[in-house]
Design a binder for this molecule. Structure first.
Ligand SMILES: Nc1nc2c(ncn2[C@@H]2O[C@H](COP(=O)(O)OP(=O)(O)O)[C@@H](O)[C@H]2O)c(=O)[nH]1
Ligand SMILES: [Mg+2]
Length: 701
């Protein structure tokens, strides 16, 4: 394929609630544009972007994937994203690659929980966005009702650029409100249309919608407003640039209609993407810093800048190894070039760069600023890394994702599985930034944490299918943590005189609480060599190890600072191990006075139930230590927003089903960690101690 210049590229992410048809729509668009020689279908497992076996089997997208089509002079890169709550982090990580989003909305279901979440993500990343009301061919589909709901949710700047022609099964075409023409689609799912004048029965509705759209475009643009007042309308050649600008600056959010499966609307949508959505060249400069983070560095998305790329996705392929998906943020990336990884320091060779059509990669000679591609076998590069020209250092900020919400113990089925587990899991962690793997220091169980039960289940299924490692998933656990609420200081001294060589390590440390989410900080405040410099990392290691084993109930201690300020050593007897043990002892001694408490994850919960259940649901939330944050009603349903501790929500799925006879639904994601109330904390600590956790553990020294 020829190499496309930024101006002629569109990077479009398809986002939206699960099952709105994102994956199907991409397959249909590719077919219409001639980029695929048959119409791939999600339902047959033949779509282009749901190619992973887990996706084919479950019939929904789990990770983001790429596809492309050439349409006129333009290359369109599609980024398919998963719509389900528990995989939203995947969608978010991939948005960096996009210059605009198509937010799909179900023509029957309308605005759903993930519609709002994806809208919020577009807002967060300042992504221009258009709504596509898909599945217009379904029974009870209604463009008007969905438009109404979109306006209620997102306001007046939501404007239709098309009207559907025909309803439900009879939906066969579109009225284009910019060009004021009608397009009747082939019934053979080619996605191609015949242009004609607007049919008489639709002229009135079309004129009305056209006028209000023109008015909205003119509203934010003085020159257009004048023209509109003078002539009562704006000709298409002036309207198009005005509309384009309004979309780019997020002043207007167009609404389009489609039916991906019978392939009605594809040609119009491809035209919309090329004519109205911004190209990489239209975007603001990328803002990064120098690698050490001190001074700002800006790069234009242009070929004449030094090359820099950002890795937005990593795939762990059992055969090809690690595959990195990237966007060229600036400059031209040539095949076979070597770039510096400015996050990690090493040099990486980009041998065999390629463009990505679902699971297939096609080698290319170069990729220009704004384009997307992939490369296999980078040595140490992971998602979120910046790589660039060795003479032009830059580091772009990483997308900061949420924390895992739930953790499960997993047990290898056999000895063979246990041996392979750690390697396989570590490759999966590279691919999915929200998965966490650890080992419970007391029980020795392997723990796998993720955004929700299904997230962890999918990970376990992938382990088996891709890496041939079988594990059993045990009951969920709440990933409690511990933290301190007071400053403390103490000495840790390890001294032993047994026979020949003795052991001697001695340190004094202070501990201080840090704000939630700050993690761990170590400050070396030793003056005059009270502890030789080479032993200081050992002290830190001893503290980190002890903190990971917890103090109260065996959960990692977080959000605190340690200041190492004094100590002593012995010329012969001091060793790394002795200082490590001293560090660990000092930490434990500090904990006795630092008012240690338990932290628990608190979740955002959004529950949708028929109105008459809302009283029961709220009462029940109260009994789960929930805090109601807001209520909304929408066409007979009540939407309750609340925050509740994860520990109280583990069985919510089945409880909600029985409370509402299956008519309620909910979505939940991680919000923050909060202190566990004393009585509850006491019980957790007692149970943990009975299981052999916590401070009663035998001192290893
Ligand atoms: N009738 C009809 N079904 C569709 C349409 N688009 C998608 N579907 C079906 O809706 C389901 C979900 O589609 P999919 O593309 O996986 O949705 P995604 O989760 O948004 O990617 C599949 O069974 C599709 O065949 C459409 O326009 N009309
Ligand atoms: Mg999908």
């Amino acid at each position: 394929m020829k190499s496309y210049e930024g101006e002629n590229i569109r990077n479009v992410a398809l986002t939206g609630h699960g099952h709105t048809g994102k994956t199907q729509l991409i397959s249909s668009l590719l077919y219409t544009a001639g980029a695929a020689n048959r119409l791939g279908k999600v339902d047959d497992g033949t779509s282009v972007t749901d190619y992973d076996e887990e996706e084919i089997q479950r019939k929904f997208s789990i990770s983001s994937s790429l596809a492309y089509a050439e349409w006129g002079k333009t290359k369109i890169n599609f980024i398919d994203t998963p719509g389900f709550n528990i995989f939203l982090h995947e969608a978010e990580a991939a948005l960096v690659a996009a210059d605009a989003a198509l937010l799909l909305v179900h023509a029957v279901g309308g605005v759903e929980v993930q519609t709002e979440k994806n809208w919020a993500l577009c807002e967060k990343y300042r992504l221009p966005c258009a709504f596509v009301v898909n599945q217009m061919d379904r029974d009870r589909a209604s463009f008007d009702r969905v438009l109404q709901a979109l306006r209620e949710a997102f306001g007046r700047p939501v404007i239709p650029l098309q009207l559907p022609w025909g309803e439900e099964k009879g939906f066969h075409g579109l009225i284009d409100l910019v060009r004021m023409k009608a397009y009747a689609y082939d019934s053979n799912a080619s996605g191609k249309a015949k242009e004609s004048d607007i049919p008489p029965e639709m002229t009135e509705a079309a004129s009305k919608a056209h006028e209000s759209m023109v008015e909205m475009v003119a509203e934010g643009n003085d020159a257009l407003m004048e023209e509109f007042f003078d002539r009562g309308t704006i000709p298409a050649e002036d309207l198009i640039p005005g509309l384009k600008e309004a979309i780019r600056t997020r002043r207007l959010f167009p609404v389009l209609a489609s039916a991906a499966l019978p392939n009605v609307g594809s040609e119009s949508l491809l035209n919309f993407i090329t004519d109205f959505l911004p190209s990489p060249a239209d975007r603001q400069d990328w803002e990064g810093t120098s690698p050490e983070g001190k001074s700002p560095v800006r790069r234009r998305s242009a070929d004449d800048e030094p090359v820099s790329v950002y890795v937005f996705k990593t795939l762990a392929d059992p055969f090809a190894g690690r595959v990195s998906y990237f966007r060229v943020l600036s400059g031209i990336l040539k095949n076979e070039s070597s770039l510096v990884n400015y996050r990690r320091g090493g040099v990486e060779k980009f041998a065999h760069i390629g463009i990505v059509q679902g699971k297939t990669q096609t080698p290319v000679g170069e990729l220009r600023a704004g384009d997307l591609g992939a490369v296999a076998k980078l040595k140490e590069t992971l998602t979120g890394d910046t790589l660039g020209d060795k003479s032009a250092p830059v580091l772009y900020p990483q997308v900061k994702l949420a924390e895992p919400a739930i953790s499960f113990a997993i047990e290898p089925r056999s000895r063979g599985d246990e041996d392979k587990l750690s390697t396989a899991i570590h490759r999966m962690l590279e691919e999915d930034l929200l998965l966490r793997f650890s080992r419970d220091a007391q029980t020795n169980e392997f723990l796998l944490a993720g955004s929700g039960q299904q997230h962890v289940e999918v990970a376990v299924a992938k382990l088996k299918r891709r890496f041939n490692v079988e594990v059993t998933l045990k009951a969920p656990k709440v990933p409690y943590r511990e933290t301190i609420r007071a400053k403390a200081e103490a000495q840790g001294k390890h001294k032993k005189q047994t026979g020949g060589h003795g052991q001697y390590g001695d340190c004094w440390i202070k501990v201080e609480p840090l704000p939630r989410g700050a993690g761990f900080e170590f400050v070396n405040d030793i003056f005059g060599g009270a502890i030789p410099r080479n032993f200081i990392p050992a002290v830190e290691k001893g503290i980190v190890d002890a903190a990971s084993r917890g103090y109260l109930a065996g959960y990692p201690v977080v959000d605190f600072r340690v200041i190492l300020y004094d100590g002593s050593y012995h010329d012969v007897d001091s060793s790394e191990i002795a200082f490590k043990l001293a560090g660990s002892k000092a930490f434990k001694a500090c904990m006795e006075h630092a008012r240690v408490c338990l932290l628990e994850p608190v979740m955002n919960v959004e529950i949708t139930v028929p109105e008459n259940y809302s009283g029961d649901i709220m009462g029940n939330l109260n009994s789960r230590r929930g805090r109601i944050q807001g209520m909304d009603s929408k066409s007979g349903s009540t939407i309750i927003k609340a925050q509740a501790p994860l520990a109280e929500m583990l069985s919510y799925a089945s409880d909600l089903t029985s409370m509402t006879q299956g008519r309620g639904s909910y979505a939940m994601d991680y919000s923050h960690y909060d202190v566990v109330p004393p009585q509850i904390s006491e019980k957790i600590v007692t149970t943990a101690k009975a299981a052999g956790h916590g401070k009663e553990e035998a001192d290893e020294s």
